[in-house]
Design a protein around this ligand. Structure first.
Ligand SMILES: [Zn+2]
Ligand SMILES: [Zn+2]
Ligand SMILES: [Zn+2]
Length: 753
């Protein structure tokens, strides 16, 4: 006989791990116990050495599919007198250091999906069915360790039948914390905006389907927050949703009943199907087929964001409705997601016609994730449900740091040893509600993991709400604050993911970020090593006509570009875009050396070129005009425009000759798809030229511009062909949603060595 103590860390709680250990130990005739500890799952086993060896050998591969084992530490123990209980599951331990073991929410599993359609079962058509392999996790966990009393299921005591399943080692609900049934679990009802219930349970579902069929807007309390649903085939209904949600053009995602129902709507390959059916079940951007859903779902967009029903409630609703529905976040444009029934009735009251509600509280808002399965690797555009708060392994130990991220697409981060925890996507911080949510999320993360942060990190921009929160927290917590340059943090996020120390050439192509020279950066090439960087190349700066307003108006960016190229005369090209008085005021201000900031932003160059090509009216959301320019490209390659770079560092890329050649093409009446293709090719050629100039073998592509598939694919291919190693964001978005990771990486290492 021998005895071993085993500590298993990683995502091992809330995924059926202890029942699995019990089955495995029993199958090898081992006795002992397991329990959830604050740093993972603890095990002690006792038995013949060969049985112990077999147990340890089989453990990693046989673990539940949703588990992600980070480490297994085995320590010999003195043999104990044989007990009578075999292998048992002990109550959880609550003291000691807490390591990240919080699972993300899991999409409905096949077993539960079958169960809710089985008329003979006690969970027939029950919308809150779940088991050890599926169901809510991060959205219901209030504190660790993960046990029912510390979740939002605490107020639903198990009925005898559920209790029996919970205690039965052979049942797939054995020790599944959020389980429920019609007898003991949450229930469903439907109301109008007045909040008065008109139907419950099955009748509420029927009424919800009828509402969708009638073209009404349905607010549904989902897994991580409210969602707004409307028949995706009904143009009038979709248009009404756009008007009420104040979201004129930004694409909506659709939820479709099944993979089969998706086939007529979009191209699905094996990679896309795998993501759609993964436990993370994100919104997947797919090449769209004409028809199937109203054009207003994603106007002028060659992609369609689609997802499959991931909660039993969605499944029941979509099966009954039998057609795609728009499924978008339940919020007003720019505001955080609603999670609470009363709050939803107030805030979504002016938007939704019906509210499908239930009484399982949502502990924190978690939006749907968005992913595009590109050839090289998938690009996460929004990291939330199914991904957050799964730890991101760092390959090195960082000083415990809290990072506050940027201003748009905000996420916050926390480093714990050699892991980074990134919050779910919180959105833009332009409203008080969003800033409040950010603070709550920081405090939530720190409390949840019982972290003792030693440093704070934020952006260098003095006016970001996230910077102000960082300053407040630095005072309250008495911690040093590290202010990181925006684009340096973008590059560092990719370095963190790939464990790169540098030197790397970081191409940080982005919308905008605070530059230490007082200009707005965004088209930068930064040579990064350790926690330092040097600006080795950038776009020739041009003024942002009207300052902040130019961030949202591509034609103002174009006006600034024209002015920088040829003064007031060149601005004649913008004659049709503004009332004469506005254009004169703007050009006069620029002529006098005006108050407007200058920028080297690639995002603004995209905007400016898009406006010149006639996409200037696209400005209801950030990046809209740049997207239009990407989608305008024709297949195949085109010759680049000239974009000469100066010989001395930092090498300035002069877009002047580009602009001249582009305008000559326009004067000749060359088609827009040709010009758009040439522009993209110009930037790819520039990337290669900078890489050759700097001569660094590792190149990082970072920043919002690398959401552009054509640009990213082309640059990746050209650099790889020329012998460079190219690194991109994979586990976090390339946009500002990944900034907090870069901030953690830089601040958590600063001052070492
Ligand atoms: Zn299940
Ligand atoms: Zn029950
Ligand atoms: Zn950025």
């Amino acid at each position: 006989m021998e005895r071993r103590q085993i500590t298993i860390t990683g995502v091992v709680q809330g995924v059926g791990f202890r029942p699995f250990l019990q089955r495995l130990a029993t199958s090898h005739g081992l006795s002992g116990w397991t329990q959830n500890g604050p740093d993972g799952v603890w095990v002690e086993i006792q038995g013949p050495p060969e049985a112990i060896a077999a147990f340890l050998h089989e453990l990693p591969a046989a673990a539940p599919p949703q588990a992600a084992i980070a480490g297994i530490i085995v320590t010999p123990q003195p043999v104990e007198p044989p007990g009578v209980d075999g292998f048992v599951i002990l109550p959880s331990r609550t003291s000691g250091p807490i390591q990240p073991v919080i699972p993300a929410d899991l999409a409905l599993c096949d077993d539960c999906a079958a169960e809710i359609t089985d008329p003979g079962g006690r969970r027939f058509r029950y919308p809150f069915t779940n088991c050890t392999q599926c169901g809510p996790r991060y959205t219901i966990i209030a504190s660790l360790p993960y046990d029912r009393p510390r979740t939002s299921m605490a107020d639903f005591p198990l009925c005898p039948a559920c209790e029996q399943e919970y205690g039965d080692t052979g049942d797939r609900r054995y020790h599944a914390q959020p389980i429920a049934c019609p007898a003991c679990g949450p229930h469903l009802w439907i109301t109008g905006p007045d909040g008065r219930p008109t139907a419950e349970g099955e009748a509420a579902l029927t009424a919800a389907v009828a509402a969708l069929q009638a073209g009404e807007i349905l607010a549904l309390k989902g897994l991580g927050g409210f969602q707004l649903l409307v028949d995706a085939r009904d143009d009038a209904a979709v248009t009404r949703l756009r008007a009420r949600k104040r979201r004129p053009a930004k694409p909506f995602a659709v939820m479709v009943p099944s993979l089969a129902a998706l086939a007529p709507l979009a191209d699905i390959d094996a990679a896309a199907a795998a993501w759609l059916t993964a436990v993370s079940a994100p919104i997947v951007l797919l090449p769209r087929h004409p028809g199937g859903v109203a054009d207003s779902v994603a106007p002028d967009n060659p992609y369609l964001g689609v997802m499959l029903p991931y909660a039993p409630l969605h499944r029941l609703l979509l099966d009954a409705f039998g057609a795609p529905v728009v499924c978008t976040s339940g919020n007003l444009s720019e505001e955080p997601l609603c999670t609470d029934n009363a709050d939803a009735l107030v805030r979504l009251g002016p938007i939704a016609d019906r509210f499908l509600l239930h009484d399982r509280p949502i502990v924190r808002p978690v939006d749907d994730s968005v992913l595009r399965p590109d050839e090289a690797s998938p690009v996460l555009l929004r990291r939330a449900r199914g991904f957050a708060p799964l730890p991101i392994p760092l390959g090195r130990h960082l000083v415990s740091t809290v990072a506050l991220g940027g201003h748009l697409k905000n996420t916050v981060g926390l480093s714990l040893g050699n892991q980074a925890i990134l919050s779910q996507h919180l959105g833009d911080l332009g409203t008080l509600a969003a800033a409040t949510l950010q603070r709550r999320t920081v405090e939530d993360l720190v409390a949840l993991y019982a972290a003792k942060p030693e440093r704070l990190a934020c952006d260098q921009h003095p006016d970001y709400a996230s910077t102000r929160l960082a300053e407040t927290l630095a005072e309250v917590w008495e911690l040093p604050l590290h202010r990181l340059q925006h684009h340096h943090a973008h590059v560092a996020a990719v370095m963190a993911e790939h464990g790169l120390d540098g030197p790397v050439l970081g191409l940080a192509w982005d919308g905008s970020g605070h530059g230490p020279d007082g200009t707005v950066w965004g088209g930068e090439a930064l040579l990064c090593e350790g926690t330092a960087y040097r600006r080795v190349s950038h776009l020739r700066p041009f003024p942002l006509a009207g300052g902040e307003a130019a961030m949202r108006d591509p034609r103002r960016a174009a006006l600034g570009l024209l002015f920088a190229a040829g003064g007031t005369t060149a601005c004649q090209a913008a004659a049709d875009w503004f009332p004469p008085q506005t254009r004169q005021t703007l050009t006069a201000a620029m002529a006098s050396g005006g108050p407007f900031p200058v920028t080297s932003s690639m995002g603004r160059l995209f905007d400016a070129v898009a406006a010149l090509l006639g996409f200037g009216a696209c400005r209801s959301f950030e990046g809209e005009a740049a997207m239009a320019l990407e989608f305008a490209c024709r297949d195949g390659q085109a010759a680049p425009y000239p974009l000469p770079i100066s010989p001395t560092e930092p090498a300035v890329a002069d877009w002047g000759p580009l602009l001249t050649a582009l305008q000559a093409d326009m004067a000749r009446g060359e088609p827009r798809d040709y010009l758009a293709s040439r522009f993209h090719e110009t930037l790819a050629a520039y990337a290669l030229a900078v890489a050759r100039l700097v001569g660094c073998g590792d190149v990082v592509l970072a920043g919002g511009c690398f959401q552009n598939r054509r640009l990213t694919t082309r640059i990746g291919a050209m650099l790889a062909e020329a012998g460079f190693r190219v690194y991109r964001a994979q586990r976090v978005p390339p946009n500002d949603g990944g900034l907090a990771l870069g901030q953690l990486w830089l601040a958590g290492q600063a001052g070492e060595a």
